[in-house]
Each structure stands twice: as structure tokens, then as C-alpha cells.
Design a binder for this molecule. Structure first.
Ligand code: PEP
Ligand code: MG
Length: 587
């Protein structure tokens, strides 16, 4: 057999680093469906499980359809056909009948129903209808995968270190990746700021997203590959020469990272003496030791929703209390900003079903789950956080605040929870600072009014950019519009900081822009008080802060604000920063 030729694919670098190894493809996985006989008490839960899997599949398809609509109407149409097939009463009723009457497990019942339908279509002498049989096969495996929770199982079966390929990876799948065996991951779907990509950065898993849509047809488990998360490229069947070149790059990155270690214990202080708070974003308790080792002054964003995504059941108050207490204790008095769960959008919990929506990112997400859907889940979390506050320096941050009443609601809920605990004689810290995320444009515009109601503001650029520019943060087709240096975004950030300071509150940033070395001088110059960054960026950002004067940053920020387009701002910054910090920006 001739050796395949080396091929390079361009995508979007989602998490830095180089991975060299064999592909493990989740899109070509085999699914086994066993024949089981259910006991009577298992029948109704099985029907529910089936219904849930159908809903999840429709949800997937809707997302795929929306994402494809703009660029490729024909493909989008296919997803619409799949959705209508899943609405087909016959398919649903036949399957449910078989679960109830034949006591079959739902994956087998559904498989049989679908195979029956496929046969009917296959036998028709009409190309169009024959093609519908292929559609049936497609949805068949999608639903069965959901019934079986297949992605997790596959990832749990990894035996050797691999580069995981999946057409799309959700945050709940990413959270379950076994870090010791996943060298990197690559996907066809997704942008740099999708939650799965942010998580990959936290987990330090090099990754490339937004690769060509038909890649799954060409790459298979066992194929040799190299991914470069810095440049956003995937190289299939690399030659020996290319492999050597990337092994060298891996070593260079390692040596460069090591060279930054000397700043670990030094303060994030500009040359002219301005101190900046340098905190880190975390998702998992395991990250605390490493961010402490990096010299983070605290945690500027703890994304608690992963407690809800990692499991199929809601985390109880006690479980959360234990988790938060452990993290707080590990921080030895350093501050931690605990963000209440930001579920919804692309982070759909398994443990409770959010309403089905046309636009989940504009729907019941984050704090709106409490105000419009289920307050108990929220108060349970607040009780756990407030109880754990006795162990250290806790601040609570509320996501997706879009108006003053929402932050007032949150403040009231915290007071209510404190009162309840007091009557029960349970201890908590008297002063727990409350903060609002500024990530919705309306909140940015009234940042002064919101600042009046709380103790600090934290700018969430990941969402602020998506909502202000009307560009889905995970849409690879529109990545060219998702620009932190868009003058509109720079002006919003400037105004939020000014408004926060006018009201006497500190303003931080926990969005990914704070982790971008290209943005550091601008943000400093705009007066940002706190940078909360992803762990791999911490020393780079600190190194930049330590090598500049605050006064020069103020001038640079002023200049950056004078341009008309993101490209002009980027050109200006590149011109200055490439000379000053060449390696920090490129490596
Ligand atoms: C943000 O939106 O910038 C943010 C930090 O929150 P998340 O990425 O979790 O939405
Ligand atoms: Mg956000």
C-alpha cells in the first residue's frame, strides 16, 4: 500500500501547543445495540429516556441547521429534513409501543423501527426517496448515541494517548476528556471562544477547531497527525521531516514557557509602579495548585457550571458546599470569585431540562434560569457558596446581568440566604462582595447604574463581543467578524471602566481578551484593575505588564481608540508589539 501524502488543513487555533500522535475518530465509531428485556418498573423510565434522546438530537440538529444556514442552504435543508423525521409520529409511536409491549430497550426498539422504515424507502425506485433512507440512517445513529451517552463511553475507553477528532465536541463532552490520554483535539465545528475551546485551554489540551466540514470523510482512527494549536493547522500523514520540525517546535515552546518562570513570584507591577491584580480563571479544583504555583493572586472567575455538566444529576447543596470549601481552603485566604452557574446557551445540563428554545444564547441562560425557570437550583447553589464563605475570601459574581433589577434580585437572594442560615445558626462570612458580569451590551451601557448596586464589575468579553457584534462566539464561519479590537468593543470597554470607577468599584476582565497578549497594553491603558486570565497565559501577561510603563499604555490605548476598523487597530498594535514582545505574542 502506498503511503498517503502529507496534507495540511487550516482551522482555528483554539488552545495553544503542538500535539503529535495518532487520531482517534469519534465520528467513525462503532455502536453496538444489545437486545435486552426490561423489567416492568424499567419501562416508563426507558420511554422517558427515549423521548429525551429524541429532544437532544433535535436540539443538535437545530444548532447544526442554524450554523449552516448562512453559508450552505442545501446542507441546512438536510438538517431540517432530519428534524421533521424526528417529529414523525409513526416513528415515535412505533418505538414507544415496542418499548411498552415488547419490553425492549429503547435503543433496540428505535433501531428496529428505523430499519423497518429504511427497508421501505430502499425498495422504492426513486433516487430522491432512496436518499431519504440515508437520512434515516443518519438520525438513527444520532438518537442511539444519545440514548447510550456514547461519546463519554468512547472517550473513557481510550487506551493510549491520541488526538481526538470529533465533528463537534460539546462542553459536557470536553469536561469528560481524560487529560492524560488526550494529546489534543480537533473538530469541524466551533470557534475560538466556544466553551469547549475555552475549556481546552484550561485543560491545556492543544486544539484546532473550525476545520473543513467534510474532514470526517478523510481521516480515521489510527492515522498519524500533527496539530498546531497556535497556528490553527492540522497536518495529516506528516513526513518524517515535518514531524522533526514540530518536535523541535514542541521543545521550543517548552523552553520558552520555562523562561517565563522567573516572574512567578514577582508582582504584576508596571515599570512606573502601578499594581495590577493578576488572577486566573478556573473550571476545576485540580487547577488550583497550578495557578497558585504560577503566582496567581487569586481566582478571578470560577465557572461553577461544570459541576452541573460533569454529572447526570444536579449537584446537591452538600456536594457543592464540599467542592467550594475545598477550593477556598486550598487558596489560603487568596480571593476567589465564584460565578453562579452560567448554564444554557451551549452549556445544556443533563440533570434538568431547560425549555426548548429557538435561540438558546438569547434565552433561558445563567441568571435567567433563576428568574424565569427554577429558583430552587439557584438558591441551593447560593446557600452552598455562602456557607463555604467562612473558609476564605469569597466574592460572588452573577453572569448575564442585563438590567438593574436582575442584580438587585441577586443581591436580595444572597441576603435572603444569609438570613435563612442565620436563623439556623449556620456561619458565613459577613461581608461577601457581590459583582456583576458585564457581558450583555445593555449592561455595558448602564454599567454606572449596575455598579451602584454592587462591589465590583467583571467584563466578560467572550459574550460581550458575541452579543454586541451579533456574532455567535462558536461559529467558525463568522470568526472574521468576532473581533475584540472592533472599535465598538474598545469603546464599550473604555466606558465600562470609566463608569465603574466613577461609582468607586473596581473593574476586572475575565473574558478571553484579558488573556490575549496583544490586548494587554490597551487594557492597562484603559485603566483595567484586574486581569483574570487562563492559566497558560498568566506569565505572558504578567511579563508584559512588568515591562511597560502605565503612561505609555495610556497613550497607546488612546491611539488604539482613534481607528475606524478592527484591522487598523490590529495593524497598529502588531506594529508596536511585534518589536517589543515578539516571542510573547507569537509562541
Ligand atoms: C465571558 O463571556 O467573557 C465569560 C468570561 O464567560 P463565559 O466564557 O463562561 O461565557
Ligand atoms: Mg459569558
Amino acid at each position: 500500500m502506498t503511503k498517503p501524502k502529507e496534507i495540511k488543513y487550516a482551522g482555528i487555533g483554539a488552545a495553544p501547543g503542538v500535539a503529535i500522535g495518532k487520531i482517534y475518530s469519534l465520528s467513525s465509531r462503532q455502536i453496538n445495540v444489545e437486545n435486552k428485556t426490561l423489567k416492568s418498573h424499567e419501562i416508563e423510565p426507558e420511554v422517558e429516556k427515549f423521548r429525551h434522546a429524541v429532544e437532544k438530537s433535535k436540539n443538535d440538529l437545530k444548532i447544526l441547521q442554524n450554523k449552516t444556514e448562512e453559508m450552505d442552504k442545501d446542507t441546512a435543508q438536510i438538517f431540517q429534513v432530519h428534524i421533521s423525521m424526528l417529529d414523525d409520529v409513526v416513528i415515535l409511536e412505533e418505538t414507544i409501543k415496542s418499548i411498552r409491549e415488547n419490553k425492549k430497550n429503547s435503543d433496540m426498539a428505535f433501531l428496529e423501527t428505523m430499519e423497518q422504515m429504511e427497508k421501505t424507502f430502499d425498495n422504492i425506485e426513486d433516487d430522491y426517496l432512496k436518499a431519504r433512507a440515508a437520512d434515516l440512517r443518519d438520525i438513527k445513529w444520532r438518537v442511539i448515541r444519545h440514548i447510550q451517552g456514547k461519546v463519554d463511553e468512547d472517550l473513557n475507553k481510550l487506551k493510549e494517548p491520541v488526538i481526538v477528532f470529533s465533528r463537534e465536541l460539546t462542553p459536557s463532552e470536553t469536561v469528560k476528556l481524560d487529560r492524560s490520554l488526550v494529546l489534543g483535539f480537533i473538530t469541524e465545528v466551533g470557534g475560538r471562544n466556544s466553551h469547549a475551546a475555552i475549556m481546552a485551554r484550561s485543560l491545556k489540551i492543544p486544539s484546532v477547531v473550525g476545520l473543513p466540514r467534510d474532514l470526517h470523510q478523510f481521516i480515521h482512527t489510527g492515522d498519524q497527525a500533527i496539530l498546531d494549536g497556535n497556528k490553527g493547522i492540522l497536518i495529516m500523514y506528516p513526513t518524517l521531516r515535518t514531524t522533526r520540525q514540530f518536535e523541535k517546535k514542541q521543545k521550543d515552546i517548552f523552553t520558552f514557557e520555562k523562561s517565563l518562570d522567573s516572574t512567578k513570584k514577582l508582582p504584576a507591577r508596571t515599570k512606573d509602579g502601578k499594581d495590577i491584580d493578576m488572577a486566573a480563571n478556573i473550571e476545576f479544583i485540580e487547577e488550583v495548585e497550578s495557578i497558585k504555583d504560577l503566582g496567581a493572586q487569586g481566582v478571578g472567575l470560577f465557572r461553577t457550571e461544570y459541576l452541573y455538566l460533569a454529572k447526570d444529576q444536579l449537584p446537591t447543596e452538600e456536594e457543592q458546599f464540599i467542592e467550594y470549601s475545598q477550593i477556598i481552603k486550598k487558596l489560603d485566604g487568596k480571593p476567589i470569585v465564584i460565578r453562579t452557574f452560567d448554564l444554557g446557551g451551549d452549556k445544556m445540563p443533563q440533570s434538568f431540562r431547560l425549555p426548548k428554545e429557538e435561540n438558546p444564547f438569547l434565552g433561558v441562560r445563567a441568571i435567567r434560569i433563576a428568574t424565569s425557570f427554577d429558583e430552587n437550583i439557584f438558591t441551593t447553589q447560593l446557600r452552598a457558596i455562602v456557607r463555604a464563605s467562612v473558609f476564605g475570601n469569597v466574592r460572588i459574581l452573577f453572569p448575564m446581568i442585563s438590567c438593574v433589577s436582575e442584580i438587585r434580585y441577586c443581591q436580595n437572594m444572597v441576603n435572603k440566604v444569609k438570613k435563612q442560615l442565620k436563623t439556623k445558626g449556620i456561619k458565613y462570612a459577613e461581608k461577601i462582595p457581590i459583582g456583576a458580569m458585564i457581558e450583555v451590551p445593555s449592561a455595558a451601557v448602564i454599567a454606572d447604574l449596575i455598579a451602584k448596586e454592587c462591589d465590583f464589575l467583571s467584563i466578560g468579553t467572550n459574550d460581550l463581543i458575541q452579543y454586541s457584534l451579533a456574532v455567535d462566539r462558536g461559529n467558525e464561519y463568522l470568526a472574521y467578524l468576532y473581533k475584540p479590537f472592533n472599535p465598538a468593543i474598545l469603546r464599550l470597554i473604555r466606558d465600562i471602566i470609566i463608569k465603574g470607577h466613577e461609582r468607586g468599584v473596581w473593574v476586572g476582565m475575565c473574558g478571553e481578551m484579558a488573556s490575549d497578549p496583544m490586548a494587554t497594553m490597551v487594557l492597562l491603558g484603559l485603566g483595567l484593575d484586574e486581569f483574570s486570565v487562563s492559566a497558560p497565559s498568566l506569565l505572558r501577561i504578567k511579563t508584559i505588564i512588568r515591562s511597560v510603563e502605565y503612561s505609555e499604555c495610556e497613550k497607546l490605548a488612546k491611539n488604539a481608540l482613534s481607528f475606524n476598523t478592527s484591522q487598523e487597530v490590529e495593524n497598529y498594535l502588531e506594529g508596536i508589539l511585534e518589536k517589543k514582545f515578539k516571542y510573547l505574542i507569537q509562541a
